[in-house]
Each structure stands twice: as C-alpha cells, then as structure tokens.
Design a protein around this ligand. Structure first.
Ligand SMILES: Cc1ncc(COP(=O)(O)O)c(C=O)c1O
Length: 422
C-alpha cells in the first residue's frame, strides 16, 4: 500500500479507523516496572493472554472442585468430548474439514506421530527434504526419524537452501532437487511460514510438486496458524502440525493442532502409534474390545487431554471465530505494510527486511537485519520497552499481531529504533 503517511497523528488516526481496535482491550498487555504498557511485538513467539482465558479455565477448575471425576460427563463443558468443542473453529481457522483436525499433544510430539504414519521409508526411497533454515526442533525430529529407521541422518537429509547472498527460498530450486532425487525422497516436511525469514510458502504448489514425485508432503504451521490463510484442505498436504501458543494465544507450552488430509481419514492400514483415545468412542470404556481406530485426525490421539490447556485454547478460538480470518488478515496486511513502510524510511543502507515484500508471501512477522548490529541493539530495544526477539546471527523478528497490536505500537517501535541507531 502506498498511501501510508509518516507521523504519530497518522498512526493514531489509523487506530481510530481500525475495525478491530477494540480487541486490544480484550488482552492483558505486559507492563514495565513503572506500569507502562510495553510495545509487545513478540506474538510470533508467545501470544498474549486474552482476558477471558481466566474465566474459561476457572470454569473447569470449579467443575473439577465440585464434581471430581463426574466432570468427565457432567461438567458444563464435559471433559470426555472436550476436544470436540475446538474442532469446528480449528477447522475454519486452518481451512480444513472438521474430520481433518484435532487438538492434542505438543508440536514436536505430533510431528513425530505424523512421521510414524507418513514417513515409511524403503531402501530406495528414504530421504527427507526440509528447509536449510528449518526450526531446530523440526530438524532434530526428522534426523532422529532417519536414524530410527536405520539411515544415516546426513545422507538422508536434503536441505532446500537459499542461493548465495539470498535468504528466501526459490521454488525452482526445490523443483531441481525433486527432478534429480525425486525417486529417493520419501517425505517433504517444510515450515509453512519459515520461523526465521517469515516466508510463507505456497503449500499447494509444494504439495503438487511432491505428489508428482510420489513423495508425502507435510507442513509445520507453527508460524502460520492464526497468522495466514493456510487453506490446508485445498493445499492437498498429507499432514500438518502447529502450536497454539504463538498466534493462537493459548499460553506457554499449550497443546498442538494436527491436520490429516481427508484422503487418509478411513485408511486403517496406515501404521500409527495408538492409545485409548484413538479408539472408537462408543466402545472405548468397555476396555476389552479389540482396537478399533477412530476415523480422521482424531484417530491419532493417544491420551485423554489436559482440559485446563484446552480451556485456554477454547477462549482464544472463540475470539478468532468472532473476528474471522478475513478481517484479521485485512488488518494484518495493512499493519505489517505500515511497519515495512516506516522501517524503509530508516534507509536501506541501515536496515534490510529479509521477509518477502509480497504481502501474500508473508504473515505479520518482519525479520529485520540491521547493518553492523549485534545483539546489543536488540537489548537496547528491550530496555526501551519494545519486546521483540533476536535470532542469531543478526535478525530481529517483530510481529505486529492484528488482534492486539496498534498502528501506534508500530510507530513507536520504529521511533525507538531510530533513537537507538542515532
Ligand atoms: C517452527 C517450530 N517448530 C517447532 C517448534 C517446537 O515447538 P514445541 O516445543 O511446542 O514442540 C517451534 C517452537 O517455537 C517452532 O517455532
């Protein structure tokens, strides 16, 4: 957008015009020791707490206090089917059908459970492709899967790398990898939005390419869920996993979301790790029946889930449901575009944004490289009241989150950066 303007008045005016501005009041904004609100631009790491979360959790604490074990069936929101209360909203949020999604476990654990089913290597086809800058936990997970199946983790891992002096990945290079080694690749596992650069990949394009070469395709959407339009069903991806503590504001270490494409929903022959929660709900408590797997993503659950964490997810999803991704993305693009506009005013000889310029190829995060800067710049920003995060070797990641960040937040952040650089 080219009609952005400089100055605090413009930022304030945009906040007045913002149709989502009232949502900021629905979050706890962290404060400094003098009680002043911090400029929190770190929702890409840990989202803020909705004020409603406490009441949702308290409801379950009260039901537990008053009902004990009977809460499984008699709580206001009975615990046995509690995860089902999250299904519709989650499906809407990630562009999936209800049968394709479930909330369970934590993120890296789900990645392993998905690979237990969808990474079925053979002597000829066992390699795994990831981004060279994949989030470390993803890299460790796929390396350990290679070793688990008896393969060398160096030989078996193919890195999709940026070209020299570039940060972003090019699809032509992935095509090239597949043209040359497609017959040896069992799995392509990519971060839907790269955690470091903020590059939002074309999930459909990658899936189509992978499937053309008979590879399974999965995505880690930790930085995508609640941030971009994932459209998982139409992407055709075999599976996806994400966390709910970043853009989904459900609290530190909260549960993970999982997507398994409908085409796998009724395939009982798929290898998988199972537990009583993957068993048919009708006969689960008979305890002695032979294992009978649930259809869809629910069939990958193992354990009865932590209700307190799910209550926090419900609080957040109810808010996402009310707002809808369409409005959220409209504001997100405008707010991040404004952030980019202000940063560019600092001069391209000082600052380089490595996140794609095209709003359709990114979410709200901008990854900023500052020339000749080191972590002290980030530390000074923190001292000045800006909460962002630093990723080695030289990137500050900032995410103006449309639900709770304002145009004024973004304006003030850049002003503070200016002061520090001067
Ligand atoms: C892209 C990505 N993958 C994996 C993880 C690890 O998540 P968890 O600790 O919930 O398994 C993170 C955490 O931030 C992440 O950003």
């Amino acid at each position: 957008m080219s009609d952005y303007k400089l100055g605090l008045d413009y930022a304030k005016q945009q906040d007045t015009l913002d149709e989502l501005s009232s949502y900021r009041q629905q979050f706890h904004i962290p404060k400094d020791k003098h009680g002043n609100a911090l400029i929190y631009l770190c929702g890409n790491s840990l989202g803020l707490q909705p004020k409603s979360t406490k009441a949702y959790i308290n409801q379950e604490l009260e039901d537990w206090a008053n009902l004990g074990v009977e809460g499984h069936t008699d709580a206001k929101n009975p615990w046995l089917p509690y995860h089902e209360f999250l299904t519709e909203s989650t499906a809407k949020l990630v562009g999936a059908k209800p049968i394709e999604v479930v909330t369970m476990n934590s993120l890296t654990a789900n990645l392993h459970f998905m690979m237990a089913s969808f990474y079925q290597p053979t002597k000829e086809r066992y390699k795994i492709v990831i981004e060279s800058d994949a989030f470390p936990s993803d890299k460790y997970a796929v390396e350990s899967q290679l070793r688990h199946h008896g393969y060398d983790d160096k030989e078996g891992l193919i890195l999709w790398k940026p070209r020299e002096d570039e940060e972003l990945l090019r699809y032509e290079d992935l095509e090239q990898i597949l043209d040359v080694q497609g017959d040896e690749i069992a799995l392509i596992m990519i971060g839907g939005v790269n955690y470091y650069t903020g590059q939002f990949f074309d999930l459909k394009r990658i899936t189509k390419l992978g499937h053309k070469h008979n590879c399974i395709v999965g995505f880690d959407c930790a930085h995508g869920a609640g941030n971009v339009n994932l459209d998982l069903h139409n992407s055709g991806a075999d599976f996806a996993v994400w966390c709910t503590y970043k853009y989904l504001n459900s609290g530190p270490g909260s549960l993970s979301g999982c997507f398994v494409h409908e085409r796998h929903a009724y395939d009982k022959s798929l290898n998988r790790f199972t537990g009583w929660w993957s068993h048919n709900k009708e006969t689960r408590f008979n305890m002695r029946h032979e294992f009978d797997v649930l259809p869809g993503a629910e069939g990958w659950q193992l354990s009865n889930p932590p209700i307190l964490s799910m209550a926090a997810i419900k609080a957040s999803l109810d808010m996402f449901n009310e707002v809808g991704m369409e409005k959220l993305l409209r504001k997100s693009k405008k707010l991040t575009g404004y952030f980019e506009f202000l940063l560019k005013e600092l001069g391209e000889d000082v600052i380089r944004i490595i996140t794609p310029e095209n709003p359709d190829e990114r979410g709200c995060q901008l990854s900023i490289q500052v020339l000749n800067a080191d972590k002290t710049l980030h530390d000074k920003l923190t001292e000045s009241g800006v909460i962002s995060d630093w990723r080695e070797p030289d990137v500050i990641r900032c995410a103006p989150v449309p639900l709770y960040n304002s145009f004024e937040d973004v304006y003030l952040m850049v002003e503070k950066m200016k002061e520090i650089l001067n």
